[in-house]
Design a protein around this ligand. Structure first.
Ligand SMILES: *Cc1c(COP(=O)(O)O)cnc(C)c1O
Length: 393
C-alpha cells in the first residue's frame, strides 16, 4: 500500500477496531427498536443506559444528564438555540468568543437575526480568552456564555474552570464545545461549573454521526427534535443504537488510556514543533505553547500558500490541513488565525498537523524532512520571497 501518514485527527479520527467490533452485533443481531415492548428489543434500552453511564462517569456527571445527538454540530445548535428560547424572558444576550467552531458562530448569527444580541470576545495572540473580559461582558440580560474547551485549529485550551466560576457567580449558564477536548484531556463538569457540554464520537476514535450534549440537571432546555419520547422527550427519533454503543466503547477506551496517550502525544508534538522551529526558517507556531491539546501542531510559514503546501504533502502521502475542514472550501483565511492577529498573507500559509497514538517518531521525521524540502521549493518560486531575500542581503 502507498505510504499514508494521517495527521488530520482534528478533522476526524479512525474508528478503532474494538469500537467497530462492539458496534457490529447491533446491526446484525440486536437490531430491535429500544422502544419496543418485547425483551429482544427492549434489552437495547439497557445497553443505551450503560453507555450513558460510561460517558457520565468520565465527566463526573449523572447518566440522566447525557443526551445522545447526531454529533458535535447538533449538540452546539441545541445548546444555543434551546437555551436562547427557554431563557428569553430573562434576557437575549449571549457571550461567546471569536474563535469558536462554525457550529457555534453560525448558530449565533442565526440567533442575532431573531433578536438576540451576541458579544464575540477577542482572544490574545495565543488564542486565549481572558476570563476578565468574560466578566466585563456580562450584563443583567446575559443568559448564556459559550466558550470552547479547546480550539480545533490552533489547539489552545481555554481557562474553562475560571470562566465557569465567573458564569456561576453571575448566575449565567455556561456551555462549552468540548468536541476536541473530551476524552483527550481530563474534564470534570462540576469542577469547571459547566452546565452544558458538546462532544462528538468521530473526534475520539468513535463513529461519525453520533455525539452527545451534557445538560446539567435543572437547566431549562427545550426539546430539540420533536417526535417520540426518546432522550427524555428532548431529542426524539429512534436511537442510533450501533452509534451509541460505538461512542460508549470509544469513550471507555479513551478514558482508560488517557494519561498514557497524553504523555505520548505531548512528547511527539513537542518533538515535531522543535524540529520545525530549528530547521525551517520564517515560521511561527500558532496557539499557546503549553495550554495546548496534546496532539495539535499549527504553524504559519511566510511566503507560502497553504493549499500548495497541502497538495505537495499529499503527493508524499501526508494528510494535513491548512485550517479547519470547514473553512478550506473558501478563499478567506481562517477566522481563528485572523482573531489571533495574523495578517492575511501569513494566515494563508498555515498548516495544521494533528497526531494520534499511532503516529510514530519515524512518521514525524519523514514529515519534517519532506516539509523542509517542500517549503524551500515553494519559496524558491515565490517572487515575494525573492524580494525579501534581496532586502536581507
Ligand atoms: C468537529 C467539531 C465540531 C463538529 O462536530 P461534528 O460531530 O463533526 O458535527 C464542533 N466543534 C468543534 C470544536 C469541532 O472540532
Amino acid at each position: 500500500m502507498k505510504k499514508l501518514i494521517y495527521l488530520d485527527n482534528a478533522a476526524t479520527t479512525k474508528t478503532s477496531p474494538e469500537v467497530v467490533s462492539a458496534m457490529l452485533p447491533y446491526f446484525t443481531e440486536h437490531y430491535g427498536n429500544p422502544s419496543s415492548v418485547y425483551g429482544f428489543a427492549a434489552a437495547n434500552k439497557e445497553v443505551i443506559t450503560k453507555q450513558r453511564e460510561i460517558i457520565a462517569g468520565v465527566l463526573g456527571a449523572k447518566s440522566n444528564e447525557i443526551y445522545f445527538t447526531a454529533g458535535g454540530t447538533e449538540s452546539d445548535n441545541w445548546a444555543l438555540t434551546a437555551t436562547a428560547e427557554a431563557y428569553a424572558a430573562k434576557g437575549k444576550h449571549i457571550i461567546t468568543s471569536k474563535i469558536e467552531h462554525h457550529a457555534i458562530l453560525h448558530t449565533c448569527e442565526y440567533l442575532e437575526k431573531r433578536g438576540y444580541e451576541v458579544t464575540y470576545l477577542d482572544v490574545d495572540e495565543n488564542g486565549l480568552v481572558d476570563p476578565k473580559a468574560v466578566e466585563a461582558a456580562i450584563r443583567p440580560d446575559t443568559i448564556l456564555i459559550s466558550v470552547m474547551f479547546a480550539n480545533n485549529e490552533i489547539g489552545t485550551i481555554e481557562p474553562i474552570a475560571e470562566i465557569g466560576r465567573i458564569a456561576h457567580e453571575h448566575g449565567v449558564l455556561f456551555h462549552t464545545d468540548a468536541v476536541q477536548a473530551f476524552a483527550h484531556v481530563p474534564i470534570n463538569v462540576d469542577e469547571c461549573n459547566i452546565d452544558m457540554l458538546s462532544a462528538s464520537g468521530h473526534k475520539l476514535n468513535g463513529p461519525k454521526g453520533i455525539g452527545f450534549l451534557y445538560i446539567r440537571k435543572g437547566v431549562k432546555i427545550r426539546s430539540f427534535i420533536h417526535g417520540g419520547a426518546q432522550e427524555r422527550k428532548r431529542r426524539a427519533g429512534t436511537e442510533n443504537v450501533p452509534g451509541i454503543v460505538g461512542l460508549g466503547k470509544a469513550v471507555e477506551l479513551a478514558a482508560a488510556s488517557m494519561q498514557e496517550r497524553m504523555d505520548y502525544e505531548i512528547e511527539l508534538r513537542d518533538y515535531l514543533i522543535d524540529r520545525i522551529e530549528k530547521e525551517i526558517p520564517y515560521c511561527r507556531l500558532n496557539g499557546d505553547r503549553k495550554k495546548r491539546l496534546p496532539n495539535n501542531v499549527n504553524f504559519s510559514f511566510r511566503f507560502i500558500e497553504g493549499e500548495s503546501l497541502l497538495i505537495m504533502l499529499d503527493m508524499k502521502g501526508i494528510c494535513a490541513s491548512s485550517g479547519s475542514a470547514c473553512t478550506s472550501g473558501s478563499l478567506d483565511p481562517s477566522h481563528v488565525l485572523l482573531a489571533i492577529g495574523l495578517p492575511h498573507e501569513i494566515a494563508h500559509g498555515s498548516l495544521r498537523m494533528t497526531l494520534d497514538e499511532e503516529t510514530t517518531r519515524e512518521d514525524v521525521d519523514y514529515v519534517v524532512d519532506n516539509l523542509k524540502e517542500i517549503v524551500a521549493q515553494l519559496r524558491s518560486m515565490s517572487p515575494l520571497y525573492e524580494d525579501f531575500v534581496k532586502k536581507q542581503a
